[in-house]
Design a protein around this ligand. Structure first.
Ligand SMILES: Cc1cc2nc3c(=O)[nH]c(=O)nc-3n(C[C@H](O)[C@H](O)[C@H](O)COP(=O)(O)O)c2cc1C
Length: 409
């Protein structure tokens, strides 16, 4: 019995609960208990100021473990505590979060245990702000919230009501139930694609005329990299086949670098049998030169002598032999976005297509933001707001999971 309990304990997820010095700090006790009741192990990390408001002993007694306050505490730093904890946890939940900690996270300041942990961890981060209305609505705070949202941090928005300072307005910490519920939703997501082989393509291809000249496009690869990152964070085994881009590969993802459409096709076909879900976000060149010269072609040899042929349509090839796989495509259009995307989806036998108008200012190629239409085979169109590509990737994967679920039925 004891052994079983111990094993259950080892299997349970670890939540780091970051507690900062807001007047609503007392509600953190209920948040801690809420996570515990749902079977999570909770490690409490307090800021120094929080520890001045409430004794860490309270959280230590409730959590059944030592509370971490000091980055340089010998007992913690002996094991390089922030790095160890950063790897162990499945969720970092900061509740309540002061304006100060939000500003530190947004600018990458790492001057205590909690802010250092934020930088060191790759797990999902959930922040529940709590402050008076003037602080919450201050342009600096709003800018910091926007920055963090863009970096993938999720929020439980504060509520409107009577604040601890007796003012009325926005800024009251969301209820502990809502915070725990949101935390659990994120935790369940971290396993939703567990064991699924996911193949993602990203970036442009280069079709060479000679060793120095090529035909390409403006795809930055950011959308595909975010999709790969999000799939990995949901437990998938991700292979990312990437054209030439200047991006840091997401952690835990197998990356295969390619240059031409033919390279991309070869690698995709090789990885295809082991993948249950394929998401083609790469902007594969539709054309290549009929011939690639081995040596640089002289200036005079070029004009009027360059011929193009179509490259093979990788998605169409995959669609023709997809069997039980789920196939998702991206469509970058400059006009008639939805009709063009619907046609592509049908032609290539896709389960979902994500379309965007790359001609629009501030979204699409090269940008950090995007605004897309997610189109399902039944013709339903889900338009998104303009959001960071990281947020878009979350919405897209939620929709893909819904399709997988429907196919299972
Ligand atoms: C009694 C008291 C209550 C406070 N409540 C809040 C609050 O709800 N939200 C907030 O952002 N700051 C609040 N502050 C100010 C923060 O404690 C202050 O900005 C501090 O530097 C934040 O430190 P920390 O983020 O490291 O915990 C409060 C301060 C005091 C003394």
């Amino acid at each position: 019995m004891k052994e079983r309990e111990q094993r259950a304990n080892e299997d349970s997820k670890i939540v780091a609960l970051g507690v900062t010095s807001s007047i609503s700090i007392y509600k953190a006790c209920e948040i801690l208990r809420g996570f515990q009741k749902k079977g999570c192990r909770v490690r409490v990390v307090m800021t120094r100021n929080a520890a001045r408001l409430v004794s860490p002993l309270l959280f230590s007694a409730l959590s059944g473990g030592a509370v971490i306050v000091d980055l340089f505490d010998e007992r913690v730093s002996r094991r390089v505590g922030h790095v160890t904890l950063a790897r162990e946890i499945s969720l970092l939940c900061v509740a309540p979060a002061t304006a100060n900690v939000i500003a530190k996270f947004a600018s990458g300041v790492a001057d205590d245990f909690l802010s250092t942990l934020y930088l060191a961890t790759r797990c999902p981060v959930l922040v529940a702000p709590a402050m008076n209305e003037a602080m919450f609505l201050h342009p600096r705070t709003q800018e910091n919230l926007r920055k963090l949202r863009g970096a993938g941090v999720e929020f439980v928005e504060p509520e409107k009501g009577t604040l601890a300072c007796h003012d009325e307005g926005w800024g009251r910490l969301a209820s502990p139930e809502r915070i725990v519920e949101e935390g659990l939703r994120i935790l369940s997501r971290t396993e939703s694609l567990k064991g699924v082989g996911v193949l993602v393509t990203a970036g442009p291809t280069r079709e060479y005329l000679d060793p120095v000249r090529f035909l390409s496009n403006a795809s930055s690869g950011k959308m595909g990299y975010e999709i790969a990152r999000e799939a990995a964070s949901r437990g998938a085994e991700v292979t990312l086949i990437s054209g030439p881009v200047e991006l840091v590969p997401p952690a835990g993802v197998r990356v295969i670098k390619v240059r031409t459409a033919a390279d991309m096709e070869r690698e995709v076909l090789e990885a295809y049998p082991g993948s249950g879900l394929v998401i083609m976000a790469a902007a594969v060149s539709d054309f290549r030169f009929t011939r690639t010269a081995r040596q640089k072609i002289g200036k005079r040899g070029l004009a009027g002598k360059v011929d193009l042929v179509e490259t093979r349509d990788i998605l169409k090839t995959l669609g023709a032999k997809k069997k039980g796989k789920v196939l998702v495509g991206f469509a970058a259009e400059t006009e008639k976005t939805i009709p063009h995307a619907v046609r592509k989806m049908k032609e290539k036998k896709l389960d979902l297509i994500v379309a965007n108008n790359v001609g629009e200012e501030g979204i699409g190629f090269e940008s950090d933001d995007n605004k897309v239409f997610i189109i399902r085979p039944d013709g339903k169109v889900l338009p998104t707001d303009k959001m960071s590509k990281r947020e878009i990737s979350r919405v897209v994967l939620d929709q893909i999971e819904a399709v997988i679920e429907e196919k299972r039925k």
